[in-house]
Design a protein around this ligand. Structure first.
Ligand code: PLP
Length: 479
């Protein structure tokens, strides 16, 4: 039977993988989830232990994307996860691993997810999405206009995945002057005619609110074939499930062992994929949600209270890709906490959308957080700097600021006998100023990116105005 996807709010028709792939929110405002999570038996997990990345990706994704013919899915996966694409590895790592496991000391590992074209983990999912989108659109004879919001890494990953793709235009909103010079140059230097950079006067949440507003205008969305690639896209979450399996098998000798993952978190997409891997049968003990000073998720996992901030209360930090005040993927996790109670989700997010908060201690739901193995902690600029310095001095390994948040919080929960796998979500080259501050030296960068900031840039500055953005999209459709 084909996998069906339902909305967290329980009020949208059940659809297949390719039917939800190109869209964003469900029509009822919720997020799509598979009706049930596929399960791997002990025997299947045993067979997966010997698999390379592409084989693992097929084993996992064929369960989710089961309305794509097997041989087509294999071709898409095989051309996505190649050593040529994930080539930006440290000198002692193998690009053939796609996501190499770098051992800092026995039991403490980095899972290197940032060796793709934009040096951040978002390439892992986005490169797949680019190839899936092209395949599905070609098959249907359609085209698509992607509207997205980014605080840095999503936008560049999306643009590098979609550049030059037939039938696809990308309109990417980013907060003006709030990304690192490197991130800005990476995106704005793209000269592909199907890529449009819009620098919004505001913060990331303003950008995300515009995307949500446009997506909720169903007539506009349908007429102009608007799609999304931000972290609520189900295809991205599904792609991210794969590397939890890869990391698990690399860090363990047999499937009786458990591991914990520490995940630098913002929109809750990455750690949501870890939760799903666990629900599918992967022996994960703890999933550790690591935040920066924007600690709305840490507050929830400690107290049961989800209290999104307003954008004016979002701190601009030295791990900027985690500077969020509402976690857009969090609703998927709360759906599982509430036993997929759509009415309850609608009630909770009505509070959130009115600028309020909710407390899951009111029901029995918060107790389930522990059953799901969730823990959390937060970091700040001083501990980030200290972690980068310690890691460099102790292991000779340079890590970026986001990974440092993950390592700092992961170490707080490090326990003997349980391997701790910290997800490396970006390479230090992306955040030169912070590395310079921490270590007094610049990070190495791939030779191909040596003069990135000197390249001519192409972008449009706009106010945080939904109608103006719509206008821009419409007037650039046939470029
Ligand atoms: C996007 C991003 C994160 C946060 O990931 P979420 O899936 O939004 O939780 C962390 N670190 C880096 C470098 C990122 O780009």
């Amino acid at each position: 039977m084909v996998m069906r996807y339902i909305s967290t709010r329980g009020d949208s028709p059940a659809l297949t993988f390719t039917e939800i792939l190109l869209g964003g929110l469900a029509p009822d405002g919720g997020l799509y989830l598979p009706e049930t999570y596929p399960q791997f038996s002990a025997g299947e997990l045993e067979a997966m232990r010997g698999m390379n990345y592409r084989e693992l990706a097929y084993a996992v994704l064929s369960r989710f994307a089961d309305d794509i013919p097997d041989e087509d899915l294999r071709v898409i996966i095989d051309k996505t996860y190649t050593p040529e694409v994930y080539c930006n590895v440290r000198s002692d790592e193998s690009a053939a691993d796609i996501t190499p496991l770098h051992t800092l000391e026995p039991g403490l590992h980095l899972l290197c997810l940032s060796n793709g074209p934009t040096l951040a983990f978002k390439d892992m999912a986005m490169q797949l999405l680019g190839n899936l989108f092209e395949y599905v659109l070609e098959r249907a004879g359609q085209d698509l206009n992607i509207l997205g919001a980014t605080s840095g890494d999503t936008g560049s990953a999306a643009e590098y995945a979609m550049r030059g793709k037939h039938g696809i235009q990308v309109f990417m909103l980013s907060p003006h002057n709030k990304m690192s010079r490197f991130q800005t140059a990476q995106m704005f230097s793209l000269q592909d005619r199907n890529i449009h950079n819009i620098a919004v006067n505001g913060v990331f949440d303003d950008c995300q609110d515009i995307v949500k507003a446009v997506s909720n205008d169903h007539a506009f969305k349908a007429k102009y074939k608007i799609g999304a690639v931000n972290s609520i896209n189900w295809g991205r979450v599904a792609a991210q499930v794969v590397y939890y399996f890869k990391g698990y098998f690399a860090a363990t000798h047999d499937n009786d062992q458990q591991v914990s993952f520490s995940v630098p978190s913002g929109n809750f997409g990455n750690v949501c994929a870890g939760h799903i891997a666990r629900m599918m049968g992967l022996p994960i003990k703890h999933l550790i949600v690591a935040t920066n000073e924007n600690d709305v998720l840490d507050e929830f996992f400690k107290s049961g209270v989800y209290r999104p901030r307003v954008s004016a209360q979002t701190y601009h930090t030295s791990s900027p890709s985690m500077d969020i005040s509402k976690a857009s993927n969090f609703e998927r996790f709360v759906a599982d906490l509430t036993g997929r109670d759509g009415a309850r989700l609608r009630a909770l997010w009505t509070l959130v959308d009115q600028g309020g908060s909710f407390d899951l201690n009111d029901g029995e739901e918060f107790a389930k957080v522990a059953d799901y193995g969730m823990l959390s902690g937060s970091s700040n600029h001083a501990s980030r700097m200290e972690t980068i310095r310690d890691t460099w001095e102790k292991y000779g390994v340079m890590i970026d600021t986001h990974t440092a948040d993950g390592l700092k919080v992961g170490l707080e929960y490090f326990e003997p006998g349980v391997p701790m796998i910290v997800l490396e979500t970006a390479l230090p080259a992306k955040f030169e100023d912070a590395i310079q501050e921490a270590l007094g030296r610049a990070p190495e960068r791939p030779a191909s990116m040596a003069n990135l900031e000197d390249l001519p840039q192409r972008y449009t500055v706009m106010d945080a105005d939904v109608d103006a953005v719509k206008q821009f999209v419409v007037s650039h459709l046939n470029d």
